[in-house]
Design a protein around this ligand. Structure first.
Ligand SMILES: Cc1ncc(COP(=O)(O)O)c(C=O)c1O
Length: 472
């Protein structure tokens, strides 16, 4: 990894001590830091971040699929600071302020179809939670009080709050917190990697219809899906999939929720996943890139049709969060959207998606690389034991491979990305949307030797002996 060679300072030692004593990191095995250093990131600029020792890393994950405009965007943050001089905070509970109004109108102008009504949240889980509550409230208001279930896909992650967890389809994340809000039922994802020749990909849409019929259409209120499913490794939809899901939702008066928490604001080269795959959902849930990750914010963007019953007489959506639509965050979002437009970010992603993908495809000669898939700047490499049979690793092997080697080694060599085994083991790449060929080459320069070494360590067929290592 590149380093400025700065020595560790006392301040650094103090940060380590304080982190180990007091900081509880999310989804983190804290025990792993008993004798290892906590990675402390202190600075960012463009596609790069630096740790407290001055080591530089390429942020190949946009931190958490969100720093879409790159790091160090003080210009965007400054817009928030200027807003604080006008009105720092006021709630959107029965009041409005210019940033929330202007951002709502802007989002409506960017969203597909008649999705014109915007309800703010503070992040992705709150957006999903709100969408699920909205679906229930909508059906109650329109005379179908039993339509409470939500159909989601296996292995999909829809958030950490209890309601969002009921839609999340990852058993390991669900089990420790059960029981939670009932009603989440699951169907297969669009993972086609191990499907037999002749398998009809659109049968995966029919599986949603079958599930609705099995549950009883009068009990199903919503279907929630990401345009490209993150967990499991960037499952893209087969052609015609979302069009068929739209038809099925219409057939049974089920709301179609597009969970765009990752797949919006340029990640797929479009404002929203719906535009990439040409469908119009009833509700979009978004967060992350809406502010370029410079401030926390999320939103539901709702069709006029679904919003209409809540706009009449004494009705209301009995729901809200104190900081949702915060004036500083909404102003930052407006400045971020302005940057997406002025800097041609969506066009840049569309122009560079092919070379990014081509770089990843070029790794297919490494025996551990089983599949490469994704869309836009949202790609994954599935790691396998045997490329011919597509055999995956068992739990112990995945543990050895991912946590025993890959995660640490990729970071040590200066690449932030995710080695994940919520489904089969994958490496996920989701760089800032300003990344280009220079960063793709850097990613390859780290991935290739690390994946070759992983192939050797796992004793896979076809492993190339380490260059320069002599046999005894
Ligand atoms: C598709 C999807 N939905 C919801 C969430 C939850 O978002 P947050 O972590 O902002 O609560 C995530 C988080 O990664 C996500 O990927």
């Amino acid at each position: 990894m590149a380093t400025t060679g700065q020595p560790t300072t006392d301040a650094t030692a103090t940060l380590q001590d304080l982190a180990k004593r007091h900081l509880w990191m999310a989804f983190t095995r804290m025990g792993a830091y008993a004798d290892a250093e906590v990675p402390v990131i202190v600075r960012g600029d463009g596609c790069y971040v630096w740790d407290e020792h001055g080591n530089r890393y390429l942020d190949g994950l946009s931190s958490l699929f969100c720093a879409n405009l790159g790091h160090g965007r003080a210009d965007i943050a400054r817009a928030g600071a200027e807003q604080a001089e006008r009105i720092d905070y006021f709630s959107t509970w029965s009041y409005a302020h210019p940033p929330a109004i202007e951002l709502a109108a802007k989002l409506a102008s960017l969203a597909p179809g008649d999705l014109n009504r915007v309800f703010f949240t503070s992040g992705g889980s709150e957006s999903v939670e709100s969408a699920l509550k909205l679906a229930r409230a909508y059906h109650k208001l329109t005379g179908h009080p039993n339509k409470t279930k939500v159909v989601a896909r296996e292995i999909a992650y829809h958030g950490a709050s209890l309601g969002a967890l009921s839609a999340t389809g990852i058993p390991a994340l669900r089990t420790p917190f059960e029981p939670f809000t009932p009603g989440g039922v699951h169907v297969p994802s669009t993972n086609l990697y191990r499907r037999a020749d002749g398998f009809d990909p659109l049968s995966l849409a029919e599986a949603v219809r079958d599930r609705i019929l099995f549950e009883g259409p009068e009990t199903v209120g919503a279907v929630i899906m990401e345009p490209v499913q993150n967990a499991g490794g960037c499952f893209t939809p087969p052609d015609g999939y979302f069009q068929r899901i739209r038809e099925i939702c219409d057939e049974f008066d089920v709301l179609m929720i597009s969970d765009d928490v990752i797949c919006s604001f340029g990640r797929l080269g479009t404002w929203f996943g719906a535009q990439r795959y040409d469908y119009v959902p009833d509700v979009i849930t978004t967060a992350k890139g809406i502010t370029g990750a410079i401030a926390p914010l999320g939103a539901l963007i709702v069709s006029d049709r679904v919003a209409a019953p809540f706009m009449e007489g004494t009705e209301m959506f009995l729901h809200g969060f104190t900081f949702a639509g915060h004036p500083i965050c909404a102003t930052v979002a407006l400045a971020a959207i302005d940057a997406y437009e002025r800097e041609g970010i969506l066009e840049h992603v569309r122009a560079n998606e092919a070379p990014f993908r081509a770089m990843l495809e070029s790794l297919r000669d490494i025996p551990i690389v089983g599949d490469v898939r994704g869309a836009g700047y949202f790609q994954a490499i599935e790691l396998v034991k045997d490329r011919d049979t597509k055999e995956t690793f068992d739990d112990d092997e995945a543990e050895t491979l991912l946590r025993g080697f890959l995660s640490g080694e990729l970071f040590r060599r200066g690449l932030v990305c995710r080695a994940d085994d919520r489904g089969d083991p994958v490496i996920q790449l989701s760089p800032p949307l300003i990344a280009g060929p220079e960063q793709f080459a850097e990613i390859e320069a780290v991935l290739r030797p690390v994946l070759e070494e992983a192939t050797r360590r796992m004793h896979l067929r076809g492993a190339v002996p380490r260059v320069g290592v002599r046999r005894a």
